[in-house]
Design a protein around this ligand. Structure first.
Ligand code: NAD
Length: 350
């Protein structure tokens, strides 16, 4: 897989002009949602030549084939050919779905990603994973394909709801924990609201790129990116249809990282001090609340469904130390339950 170009910029309009000057596209479509149309499009409008604006409704609930069909239809009706360009302006939902639409339309056309959330900039922007949810299964239909370029401008966060910013920050924290102790130390000193993001985003992207390049199709090392995500995804899935109580991705991953740090202490050599340091910080940032213990079996059941579960065990990615992660550690249901009890005890209930 080719490694695409990522540019971190503080002048997004100029970066777009530079990109377009070096290319000659037959037509351009910009995919956005109502939020990125209102808050992000004005920042790039000057740099865009004549284009089609394809607006979809925001939210994970719209990341499905029905929305793709609408987009494919709009491209077809506007007479787009393979020499045209799609610009994805939005968070991870638009990046994943817009990229999928572009790379399957007429067997693939170029797309330019302009991620506008912290999560999309530090995580979804690297690795070439594209796709949509299907029949309740997350990211079930999709492919690997790379955008021509990813243009990253942290100034987009100024309009991002605070909760979304913190949600993306969970992936930044994960990058320090799995890969770079010095980065973790730096992260701990950051004030999320007033952070100077360019440097942090650059280091996070660098880490994700290094990991992905070493294992583009997720057969080994790339699984270190799953730290916090096995139990985290199960918690996220459980709360997905819980309306107001729904957890954002990063909030669920923070719970997952606490549980999986505990499993790392139990099985892969994370020391007591490192466990303490990790969970104290995650609690300070996310203030997670206890999970009703009557839900534990269901949450553990979701991990067993989600991954290869030969003999009732799930392969976890766990920390050997802060900054070092090991993949394919088999964990059985009773230990997962134990980690959830640990989580509840820590946050003060049950
Ligand atoms: P999102 O795309 O739903 O965006 C979150 C919300 O913020 C939306 O309501 C959006 O309209 C709004 N928004 C976006 N930018 C804004 C801005 N600058 N100002 C104001 N509002 C803005 O969610 P997300 O957290 O960015 O991404 C989550 C998605 O990313 C999930 O579907 C997940 O599966 C996917 N993802 C993919 C990868 C990958 O490797 N491809 C990695 C991680 C996550």
């Amino acid at each position: 897989m080719e490694n695409h170009r990522t540019e971190i910029t503080n002048d997004i309009a100029q970066s777009i002009r530079n990109f377009l000057n070096g290319n000659n596209y037959s037509k351009i479509a910009v995919i956005c949602d109502e939020n990125t149309e209102a808050h992000c499009l004005p920042k790039i409008l000057d740099a865009l030549p004549e284009h089609y604006l394809l607006r979809i409704d925001s939210g994970e609930e719209n990341k499905h084939l029905g929305t793709c069909e609408q987009l494919w239809m709009a491209l077809t009706e506007a007479g787009f050919d393979r020499k045209a360009l799609v610009i994805n302006l939005g968070g991870g939902v638009i990046g994943d779905m817009g990229g999928f639409v572009a790379s399957t339309y007429k067997r693939g056309m170029d797309f330019l990603n302009i991620p506008t959330t912290l999560l999309a900039q530090v995580d979804a922007s690297v690795g070439g994973k594209l796709g949509v949810d299907f029949n309740g299964y997350k990211n079930h239909i999709g492919l690997f394909a790379e955008p021509q370029t990813v243009l990253i401008d942290p100034s987009f966060y100024s309009t991002l709801p605070e909760r979304e910013l913190y949600s993306g920050f969970a992936e930044v924290i994960k990058h320090g924990l799995i890969y770079d102790h010095a980065y973790w130390d730096k992260i701990k000193s950051v004030d999320v609201i007033s952070a100077k993001w360019s440097e942090l985003v650059a280091r996070s992207i660098e880490i994700k790129k290094e990991v992905v390049l070493a294992d583009p199709f997720e057969s080994g090392k790339r699984k270190i990116l799953n730290f916090g995500h096995t139990l985290g995804h199960a918690v996220e899935s459980y709360f997905l249809d819980k309306g107001e109580d729904r957890l954002l991705h990063g909030e669920a991953i923070a719970v997952g990282m606490i549980c999986e740090a505990y499993l790392s202490y139990k099985f892969t050599g994370l020391t007591t001090d490192e466990l303490e340091e990790t969970v104290t910080y995650l609690i300070k940032i996310y203030h997670p609340v206890a999970i009703d213990k009557s839900l534990f079996d269901e949450i553990v059941g979701l991990t067993l469904q989600d991954k290869k579960n030969e003999g009732g065990r799930v392969q976890f990615s766990l920390l050997n130390a802060i900054g070092k992660c090991q993949v394919n550690i088999p964990i059985y249901a009773p230990d997962m339950l134990d980690s959830l009890f640990y989580f509840n005890k820590l946050v003060g209930s049950n």
